[in-house]
Design a protein around this ligand. Structure first.
Ligand code: FES
Length: 111
């Protein structure tokens, strides 16, 4: 269990999740709309193991729609499935923003 440094906060947007590989795991990171927070979640859809990288992100509802079979997961609700065909929640990861050398750096916590 550890925090891993991912990127500068300035590399992230609120409207499209960006993919990173952290400790061998593909994750998507996106800035939250209303506060100084970053959402981080697994890049692999739990339905058929496809990438969510080109999925539709709704920054208002914090929902990601899989581009393949349209399953919907709510990231603020710990990756809960909101629409089939997925039936298993999407792993969501804790993040932290640290100010280092006059930059805001995003860290992710992995088990
Ligand atoms: S792979 Fe995501 S809904 Fe099927």
């Amino acid at each position: 269990m550890a925090y891993f440094k991912v990127c500068s906060l300035s590399l992230l947007s609120t409207d499209k999740p960006k993919k990173f590989t952290v400790d061998g795991l593909d994750v998507l990171l996106v800035k939250a709309l209303n506060d100084n927070k970053v959402w981080a979640f697994d890049n692999t859809c739990t339905h058929a193991d496809k990438s969510l990288e080109n999925g539709l992100w709704n920054s208002e509802t914090t929902e990601i729609t899989c581009p393949f079979h349209k399953a919907v997961f709510n990231i603020a609700e710990n990756g809960a499935v909101k629409k089939a065909p997925a039936c298993v929640s999407l792993p969501v990861y804790q993040t932290e923003i640290r100010n280092e050398s006059e930059d805001n750096i995003v860290y992710i916590f992995l088990d």
